[in-house]
Design a protein around this ligand. Structure first.
Ligand code: MEV
Length: 328
């Protein structure tokens, strides 16, 4: 048998990084999906092939406990990251189906590059768990998939993960996450524009950097708390459909993230290109260090301006994905 599931990527309207310390965050799922196809094998091996996680695809086959180096033409850290999420997703599916030694062929196709701040790892984990459990005859509800996908991120990111990315990808739409409290929100289809600089970054390392800054300096802890206050303001603006205030708060959120050391020259260039071409607001999205910015603009100007920015590899309009994980 073969089973395919897909799950959306996301942008953060507000609150990345601070959410790791119990502050609220509002991520929004976007119509760029990761699709995972699995087939049960008759041995205990895993064979993972991926397309579009980076510029080149790769295929790697291994069995449990193997330390064999994959023979691939993409950077090893990327392959390790991708296979790390798949390994843990398969472990969760085996556990859910009480089938500890099942092997799988796993094929990943992603419209979202890995490590770009657009939630590809969460989408791969969510879609992978959904597909592998269905393949084994078990149907989990979206909240349970989210919960298990969170365990995946927690393992791969060395305990430094919030529930935000995985809950958003599993449920779709706009969501609010504060600690273990995860809810879906009513939201208008916000006019998101994304700019991506073509680079990938390790979320775990970026989260660790903020953690040590926060431990060393009181101002960094205050900055994290200020992001929490900003998110609460942002929730009121979202409920009121006040897109102008949302934009202003996005600008401030970006400044606070810069203060925490997770911006990058390419992100600053893209944020300013978006603002100067008329965005209502612009900020980095996700873990930062490079990767992607998100802006609000109902016209075409920001998408065009980002496309002309040398640091921007790709710009696109991103509609809110109302559907979370689904059978593809
Ligand atoms: C990464 O997409 C978002 C972070 O807040 C980490 C997390 O919430 O797990 C930086």
């Amino acid at each position: 048998m073969t089973t395919t599931s897909s799950a959306p990527g996301k942008v953060y309207l507000f609150g990345e990084h601070a959410v790791v310390y119990g502050e609220p965050a509002v991520p929004c799922a976007i119509e760029r999906r990761a699709t995972v196809t699995v087939s049960e094998r008759d041995d205990d091996h895993l064979r993972v092939s991926a397309d579009a996680l980076s510029l080149d695809g790769f295929t790697v086959e291994y069995s449990d406990g193997s330390d064999q180096e994959p023979d691939v033409n993409v950077p090893t850290p990327l392959v390790e990251a991708a296979t790390g999420y798949v390994d843990e997703a398969v472990a969760q599916a085996r556990d859910a189906a009480d089938s500890p030694h099942t092997g799988f062929d796993v094929e990943i196709e992603s419209e979202i590059p890995l490590g770009a701040g657009l939630g590809s790892s969460a989408a791969v984990a969510v879609a992978g768990i959904d597909a592998a459990t269905r393949e084994l005859g078990v149907e989990l509800d979206a909240r349970e998939v989210a919960d298990r996908a969170y365990q995946v991120e927690y393992e791969v990111q060395d305990g430094q993960a919030s529930r935000a990315d995985t809950f958003c990808s599993a449920m779709g739409g706009a969501v609010r996450v504060e600690g273990d409290d995860c809810t879906t929100l009513d939201a208008p289809d916000l006019p998101f524009v994304v700019g991506y600089d073509g680079t990938s970054h390790d979320t775990g390392e970026l989260v660790a950097g903020v953690r040590s800054l926060r431990e060393e300096f009181g101002f960094a802890a205050d900055t994290v708390a200020a992001i929490g206050d900003l998110v609460r303001e942002g929730e009121r603006a979202l409920a009121a459909g006040d897109v102008e205030t949302l934009g202003r708060l996005m600008d401030v959120n970006h400044g606070l993230l810069s203060a925490l050391g997770v911006s990058a020259r390419s992100l600053e260039t893209m944020v300013w290109a978006a603002r100067e071409s008329g965005a209502l607001g612009a900020k980095l999205t996700g873990a930062g260090g490079g990767g992607s910015v998100v802006a609000l603009d109902a016209e075409d100007c920001v998408e065009t301006a980002l496309g002309l920015t040398p640091d921007c590899e790709e710009s696109f309009r991103a509609a809110l994905a109302t559907e979370g994980v689904r059978q593809a």
